[in-house]
Design a protein around this ligand. Structure first.
Ligand SMILES: *Cc1c(COP(=O)(O)O)cnc(C)c1O
Length: 495
């Protein structure tokens, strides 16, 4: 029997995994969730000896049950290959008593590659399985990293087009250069005057616009999403937590059944939700520590039970976490209210109408494995400097938020449970902020000079993703108002 997916907002929606991936978002505006959590079939001792690709198959086959073994293994083989600069795919590095799970060894040097390397294969396989003949248009809002990773994944994939909206003044210079130099006739990159939430809200609105859907369908197009609202993003992200546990077992850091805590620098709540799914599959995870930057809406939520986005949006040195509406929290809320779609839908309506909602005591109790913390800009910079000076290891700004949160609020109380900190980006992607944190004398250098300096002090290879953009020509220069997103989509598709 196939595992079916339902919507967080209406109990009567039921689709297969491949249909959920193809659609991206449920037609009622909700997110697709599995009807139950499958359990991990491989035993924990077996994990210790498994490669990343083997672990990926063991995890993903439990969720994507309508894919055949051949289909899934082929998707995995094509995704996790030498696009990654290490055979381990997601290596664990110990520094200063914690384990950094390096999720940035893919083509665009951020953790989004972990899922977006495989999503195009899962999506095109899903299209075949469901006899979808229309061209799939991937609509994406990005806070900086999803955009490039999705572009790299979907560029020149037959039967697909991809449109990325990013906040014009809300991404790092390297992030922007990576996106606007993207090749591929099926790609479109557009800056908007607004922040990430504006981009994400605009994309969600396009998804639920029935008139637009009908018009584009008659022209042979259908929309899907590469954002972490797509379950096809979430499932591949469960894999690396399971893999990390296997590595800690094989190193002897853990004995079978011992818990590990995870610390995740969080924006849209996709990465940490994947850890929660891993835990529900039976992986021994203790605490799920949700680390925020100064946009600490999630910290306040875990502290008080009130989610309140009515506050100023702050641009920080960790732009991929500059988010006030964390889409994937909806999946946790749904779970916490006992899979009551109507109750979840009511809370989400409050969020849209008033910008806030409050959970009940029983819901808070269902989320008790989560803890929140946040780091200010000063704390983040100090953490980069501290880890570099004490260990010679250079963190990017996002990872530093998580590392700071862990060391200031949780390390002492950990009772010896090892911590795995999700290391979500290469420091090369945020070289200016990283180098300024280490020494203020770097502030006057240009972006590429800083990258060369970082190479000298860290002793790590400059990633291909950086070398590529040094001289690449700008191919996308459209910037629009946030009200013009629909017109921009039509211009690209119907030209
Ligand atoms: C996307 C991103 C995050 C936030 O991840 P979510 O799944 O949105 O919570 C953190 N760090 C980096 C570098 C990212 O690209």
């Amino acid at each position: 029997m196939d595992l079916m997916y339902t919507s967080t907002r209406s109990a009567d929606i039921k689709v297969t995994a491949s249909q959920a991936i193809l659609k991206g978002l449920s037609p009622d505006g909700g997110l697709f969730v599995p009807e139950q959590f499958p359990t991990l079939e491989v035993s924990l001792p077996e994990l210790a000896g498994m490669s990343y690709q083997e672990t990926a198959y063991a995890v993903m086959k439990q969720f994507l049950t309508d894919y055949t073994e051949e289909e899934l293994k082929e998707c995995i083989r094509r995704a996790y290959d030498d696009k990654f600069d290490t055979e381990e795919i997601a290596p664990l590095t110990e520094a200063g008593g914690v384990h950094y799970l390096e999720l940035f060894h893919g083509a665009t040097i951020a953790f989004k590659d972990m899922a977006l390397s495989i999503l195009p294969y899962l999506m095109t396989t899903a299209a075949k399985k469901n006899h979808e003949t229309r061209e799939i248009v991937i609509l994406t809002a990005t806070s900086g990293d999803t955009g490039k990773a999705a572009l790299a994944g979907f560029a020149d994939v037959p039967g697909t087009r991809i449109i990325v909206f990013y906040p014009k003044n809300g991404v790092s210079p390297v992030q922007e250069k990576q996106m606007v130099t993207q090749k591929g006739a099926n790609t479109c990159v557009i800056g908007i005057h607004g922040n990430f939430d504006d981009a994400q809200t605009g994309v969600k609105r396009l998804f639920s616009d029935k008139a637009l859907e009908a018009e584009l369908s008659s022209e042979g197009f259908c929309f899907s999403s590469a954002n972490s609202i797509n379950i096809g993003r979430l499932v591949p992200q469960i894999v690396y937590y399971v893999y990390a546990y296997g590595r800690l077992l094989s190193q002897g850091t853990l004995s079978v059944g011992d818990p590990m805590n995870v610390v995740v620098p969080t924006g849209n709540f996709g990465n940490i939700l994947a850890a929660f799914y891993a835990k529900n599959m039976g992986l021994p995870i203790g605490k799920l520590i949700c680390a925020s930057n100064e946009n600490k809406v999630l910290y306040d939520f875990f502290q008080t039970g009130v989610y309140d986005r009515n506050r100023d949006f702050i641009l920080t040195s960790s732009p991929s976490m500059d988010i006030l509406i964390s889409s994937n929290l909806e999946r946790l809320i749904y779970h916490a209210c006992g899979k009551d779609a109507a109750r979840n839908a009511a809370l989400m309506r409050e969020l849209t109408q008033k910008g806030r909602y409050e959970v009940t005591g029983d819901m808070a109790a269902a989320m008790c494995d989560f803890a929140g913390g946040y780091a200010t800009e000063e704390q983040t910079a100090a953490e980069i400097r501290r880890v570099y000076e004490q260990c010679g290891y250079v963190l990017d700004t996002h990872t530093a938020v998580a590392s700071s949160v862990y060391h200031t609020g949780f390390a002492e109380k950990s009772n010896g449970v090892p911590a795995v900190i999700a290391s979500t980006a290469s420091p090369y992607k945020f070289a200016r902020s990283v180098m300024s944190a280490i020494d203020s004398r770097y502030q006057s250098m240009d972006d590429f000079a800083l990258i060369d300096e970082l190479h000298k002090i860290a002793g790590t290879k400059i990633p291909r993703a950086i070398e590529e953009i040094r001289t690449a020509p700008v191919l996308h220069d459209t910037v629009i108002e946030k009200e013009e997103m629909e017109a921009a989509v039509k211009r690209f598709l119907l030209r």
